[in-house]
Design a protein around this ligand. Structure first.
Ligand SMILES: Cc1cc2nc3c(=O)[nH]c(=O)nc-3n(C[C@H](O)[C@H](O)[C@H](O)COP(=O)(O)OP(=O)(O)OC[C@H]3O[C@@H](n4cnc5c(N)ncnc54)[C@H](O)[C@@H]3O)c2cc1C
Length: 339
């Protein structure tokens, strides 16, 4: 791979955020990333640009300036309502070639994790996934990308010095969202799709529009998660009732439950699923193997229900309830109804 000279690197300017768009709505992780990008751009004396790809997103994109964006590139097209990673990758490749950003960051969400590695490969860029901290070397513009490694036992800081743009994904709720300032304004650039952007791919990743599978674990305040202890899809119906009764809770799952086909992958929490940082995480029949714990151990309050008191999940839980979940959960649902 070609190593950029210092002069070639200087052609690349500004910090880009790829907006997380779900059913035409820009998601809060975008604001968090703009806050982080603002700090980096101020060090580099450059600008924060946000790329918004979606359908009917122009109006909502104007709000991005209040969070600290200087420029919003809008690609507004009905075919972008669903998420097709191949199409968005082609658009991003074109935009990067045209505008030459120094850094591109994106949410470490289901969508971001699917999209950004493709963009990185197409541009020969280094990519650091799941960063929990970003800073910049003010001398040469190297992005210092900090992320947990070896199961969270050490924090590694990674540079991708040889190439531009540098790319990173950042976990939702790690960066603080800035207070919006309604008086801030910015420039909007409208980019059109070209025929080559479309893809013949039939396998559209459309999890966001399917009401059966729609789930946004990253933004939930409370997650009620089920594991192999739920015994089957019927067990997850009980969890959905529980979540509904609690109000606004999302349903999560262990990989064992997802692999058994009891609930779609979009609900999976853990190393190969989503990382969540909710106020409350209720683990029902999940033993808490390390691959699950890394995805939820930063939640504020962890409640575990398991018939075995010795599991890793029961050990890390703030509240551990020992017993048969098929007796406990219906009782809790009944009690909440009586409140
Ligand atoms: C590379 C790799 C990546 C992985 N990624 C992930 C990931 O992202 N997410 C993930 O979750 N896993 C992941 N795994 C799998 C992980 O190692 C575990 O196999 C999985 O998390 C176990 O799921 P579980 O806790 O639901 O099942 P189990 O370990 O079988 O636990 C079931 C629990 O339910 C309890 N139970 C059973 N019946 C009842 C009852 N009636 N009442 C109360 N409690 C009951 C049991 O006591 C037990 O503690 C990964 C594995 C690998 C190798």
């Amino acid at each position: 791979m070609k190593v950029f000279t210092d002069n070639e690197k200087k052609e690349y300017r500004n910090i880009w955020v790829v907006a997380e768009v779900l059913s035409g709505e820009i998601q809060p992780v975008t604001h968090e990333l703009i806050g982080a990008a603002r700090t980096l751009a101020d060090v580099r004396k450059s600008e924060v640009w946000v790329v918004v790809m979606g359908s009917g997103i122009e109006k909502t994109s104007e709000l991005l300036f209040s969070y600290g964006a200087d420029v919003a590139i809008i690609v507004d097209n009905p075919s972008l309502f669903g998420f097709i990673d191949e199409t968005e990758t082609k658009i991003m490749k074109r935009l990067i070639k045209k505008y030459k950003p120094e850094i591109v960051i994106c949410g470490a969400t289901t969508r971001g994790r699917s999209l950004i590695p493709r963009i990185a490969v197409m541009n020969y860029s280094g990519l650091t996934a799941d960063c929990t901290g970003l800073s910049i070397d003010s001398d040469n513009g190297d992005l210092l990308q900090t992320r947990p490694a070896f199961g969270g036992n050490i924090m590694a800081t990674i540079r991708s010095s040889n190439h531009r743009p540098q790319m990173a994904t950042v976990r939702p709720r790690v960066m603080k969202s800035p207070e919006p300032d309604p008086s801030r304004t910015g420039r909007m650039i409208k980019e059109k799709m070209i025929p080559g952007d479309s893809t013949k791919t039939k396998n559209i990743i459309d999890i966001f529009h399917n009401t059966e599978t729609a789930v946004n674990l990253a933004d939930a305040q409370i997650i009620i998660s089920g594991g192999r202890g739920m015994k089957g899809p019927e067990g997850f119906k009980l969890l959905k009732q529980f979540a509904k009764r609690v109000g606004g809770a999302a349903v999560g799952a262990s990989r064992a439950a997802v692999d058994s086909g009891w609930i779609p992958y979009a609900h999976q929490v853990g190393q190969t699923g989503q990382t969540v940082q909710t106020k409350v995480y209720i683990a029902c029949g999940i033993s808490g193997q390390i691959q699950h714990l890394v995805g939820m151990q930063s939640c504020d309050l962890i409640i575990a229900i398991d018939k075995n008191s010795d599991t890793p999940m029961m050990q890390i839980a703030d509240i551990a309830v020992v017993g048969d979940l098929f007796e406990i959960i219906p009782e809790v649902i009944k009690e909440i109804a009586n409140l």
